[in-house]
Design a protein around this ligand. Structure first.
Ligand code: SAM
Ligand code: 2KA
Ligand code: SF4
Ligand code: MG
Length: 230
């Protein structure tokens, strides 16, 4: 079995609740969405990956192990396009794993939820993607992960133009439809480049307050970009 892998590299997790943890990143090539803000647009093309076997990948990961290693990060592109490959990889290795996903493939999440330790599920706002009803699929994915006991958090990339009240309404909908909202924090991730936020970073506090009415909330920018790390 092979999957198109774009890059395998060691860095610190720059996003979400595992920020600062040393990870080995496995970036799959190919994506089923087209977020306008995607900072890795080349990863949307499966042709940009090299088709490699599980053994090849295990060898690459082994070579990147460091004393501070926390876990591996399965990202992309959309890693869930290769759920069967991931299932085999996790069966054959003992690393703790983070799944970084757009949450749009609940049937694929079902295949690997029992093998994943942490999950970051993006909530894609309608202004960022063309796909209809994506949030329904994301909610399904989140509930599958929670049911499986996966340490799950949600992540929302936002622009300075987003309405805080809209974010509050979205958080209220999510709280009503997610099975254990008190155990599922939301990470607000300001869109990069952070120059967008010069003069409007105060809006982030209002958004945090609106989401905070319904969820534990964290405001975390992409730290790896601030540190100029990969
Ligand atoms: C490149 S995607 C790959 C994993 C998966 N397809 C997803 O969207 O979660 C990894 C993460 O990068 C973040 N991201 C992508 N472009 C960004 C940008 N311009 N600003 C802030 N975060 C961004 C999204 O939150 C996304 O979860
Ligand atoms: N350091 C670092 N942290 C990350 N967190 C999510 C990333 C991604 O592209 O999936 C990423 C990335 O590309 N680099
Ligand atoms: S789902 Fe992830 S990889 Fe795909 S376009 Fe959106 S941010 Fe990029
Ligand atoms: Mg990245």
């Amino acid at each position: 079995m092979r999957a198109p892998i774009m890059e395998v590299f060691s860095s610190i997790q720059g996003e979400g609740l595992l920020v600062g943890c040393r990870q080995i990143f496995i970036r799959f090539a190919g994506c089923n969405l087209n977020c306008r803000y995607c900072d890795t647009p080349e990863s949307r093309d499966p042709q940009r990956g090299e088709l490699i076997t599980i053994n090849d990948l295990k060898f690459k990961i082994k070579g990147l192990e460091t004393p501070d290693l926390h876990s591996i990060s399965l990202t992309g592109g959309e890693p869930l396009l290769y759920a069967d490959f991931i299932k085999n990889l996790l069966h054959e290795t003992n690393y703790k794993s983070l799944l970084e996903t757009n949450g749009s493939l609940p049937s694929e999440i079902k295949k690997i939820a029992h093998l994943i330790d942490y999950a970051s599920v993006d909530i894609k706002l309608p202004e960022h993607v063309d796909t209809e009803e994506i949030i329904e699929k994301e909610i399904k994915s989140i509930n599958i992960l929670i049911k499986r006991g996966v340490n799950t958090y949600l992540k929302v990339v936002i622009l300075p133009t987003i309405s805080p009240l809209y974010m509050g309404q979205l958080a209220q909908k999510l709280r009503e439809e997610i099975s254990e909202p008190s155990k599922t924090p939301i990470v607000i991730q300001p869109i990069s480049p952070l120059d967008y936020w010069i003069g409007s970073a105060h809006r982030l506090l209002r958004i945090s307050e609106e989401i905070g009415k319904h969820f534990k909330v964290r405001l975390i920018p992409q730290v790896h970009k601030i540190l100029d790390l990969r």
